[in-house]
Ligand binder design. Structure first.
Ligand code: PLP
Length: 423
């Protein structure tokens, strides 16, 4: 496969996500991947330091997950999930409910992060409608700077930005408040009119890996629950160990009523997502009145191959070796952050949580559209590392299998880029 010809063919037929079409950068054809390494059509490899948009947990093309996918694909590849069921979906639900925080008792499947939050929002809104209080409980609470996906409901509860500008008047109204920086913040909210509160626990991912206060969030969830507000933890990014615990919600004592999972769910191999809810939420749908049915589903709901991949990924995730790998990454990040703190690089706000490290680069404007992100990606690629800063926020979220040597190489590349930026 020739690089030039792949690029030419791509340019004729493909429309890439989040990519300006007029000034589209030349895409790099990737032909295979293994562990942390992506390999392009010319045979060059790149360390995938952001887990291909935060999905890859155990490394690319993991043989164990691949084998399980193959076995499932040659046994039962897909079946309509209304009226039918299958072992992989049941088993996965059982295992996920076992490790999720709190009293979650039901799993609803869909196939990406945006649909998992859409489902959560629709469940919450209909919960109140089913209880005959839909008119009164008609408000939704979310954080400024949040990101919950790109479909309309998900966009509505996300920070309004250049990403949502064209749709502004089609998005429903939401009460936005700041993510807490401390405890005991006074909240003046119409509590008894709020149907649900959706939040990314502890880390606002797409909003720039902003980390916020766990006690403050715990307090807010508690306040919400005192007023029956349904709490939706969007763990699409934070799930499966990214923050140092299996789920970020485990840092809080108050437990969510609904949890959304996707990204790492299948270890980054198949599209799948989960919206898990408590018995309380579920029971509002167990009614004689057929109008109280949750009329929602997707063609690929609970796809057996995706469920098998998720089960395989869980097998790997729950091994002590994996916990050890995560802890190693965390310790290395801490050491690197100390080193950065003592450096004279033009950076600020260095933060580490679990396997995530992030900081802001001072040079340039605070905006996604500015060039610094592209520049850094290019410079890193030239040194065989793949990074994709969020605006001027540089972050790492490597697959757990990254070796000490590879991680040191990534740190080294970052140091060299920052040095050059400082001029
Ligand atoms: C990525 C992300 C989503 C959207 O997931 P997609 O699979 O890209 O639709 C939703 N919520 C959070 C917190 C995310 O990080």
């Amino acid at each position: 496969m020739n690089t030039e010809s792949l690029i030419t063919r791509d340019k004729k037929v493909i429309w890439h996500p989040f990519t300006p079409q007029k000034y589209m950068p030349v895409p790099i054809p990737i032909v295979k991947a293994s562990g942390t390494l992506l390999q392009d059509a010319d045979g060059r490899t790149y360390i995938d330091a952001i887990s291909s948009w935060w999905v890859t947990l155990h490394g690319h093309a993991h043989p164990y997950i691949a084998q399980k996918i193959f076995e499932q694909a040659s046994t039962l590849e897909q079946v309509i999930f209304a009226g039918f069921t299958h072992e992989p979906a049941i088993r996965l639900a059982e295992r996920i409910l076992e490790i999720l925080p709190g009293n979650l008792s039901r799993v609803f499947y869909s196939d990406n992060g945006s649909t998992s939050t859409e489902v959560a929002l629709k469940m919450s809104v209909q919960y109140w409608w089913n209880k005959g209080e839909g008119k009164k409980r008609n408000k939704i609470l979310a954080f400024n700077n949040s990101y919950h996906g790109d479909t309309f409901g998900a966009m509505s509860v996300s920070d309004r930005s250049v990403f949502t500008m064209a749709f502004q008047d089609k998005l429903f109204e939401v009460i936005f408040i700041d993510a807490p920086e401390s405890v005991n913040r006074p909240y003046d909210l119409p509590w008894n009119e709020i149907a649900c509160f959706i939040y990314e626990p502890l880390v606002q991912g797409a909003g720039g890996m902003k980390m916020y206060n766990a006690e403050g969030l715990d307090q807010l969830i508690g306040l919400c629950q005192q007023h029956q507000v349904i709490c939706i933890a969007d763990e699409v990014m934070t799930g499966f160990g990214r923050t140092g615990k299996l789920f970020a919600s485990l840092y809080m004592s108050n437990e969510p009523d609904i949890v959304c999972l996707s990204k790492g769910l299948t270890g980054g191999t198949m599209p799948l997502s989960i919206t898990a809810c408590s018995a309380k939420v579920y029971e509002a749908f167990v009614e004689e009145d057929l109008l109280k049915t949750f009329f929602h589903g997707h063609s690929y709901t609970a796809n057996p191959i995706a469920c098998a991949a998720a089960l395989a990924s869980l097998d790997l995730l729950l091994k002590p070796e994996c916990t050890e790998q995560m802890e190693n990454i965390h310790q290395q990040h801490l050491a690197f952050s100390q080193q950065l703190q003592q450096s004279r690089h033009p950076i600020r706000n260095i933060r580490v949580l679990g396997t995530i490290i992030a900081f802001e680069i001072d040079k340039g404007r605070d905006e996604y559209l500015n060039n610094i992100s592209k520049l850094i990606t290019q410079q890193a690629m030239d040194q065989n590392v793949y990074l994709r800063p969020l605006g001027n926020t540089l972050y790492l979220m490597p697959p757990y299998c990254i070796t000490t040597e590879e991680l040191n190489k990534v740190y080294h590349v970052i140091n060299s880029i920052l040095k050059e930026l400082a001029g």
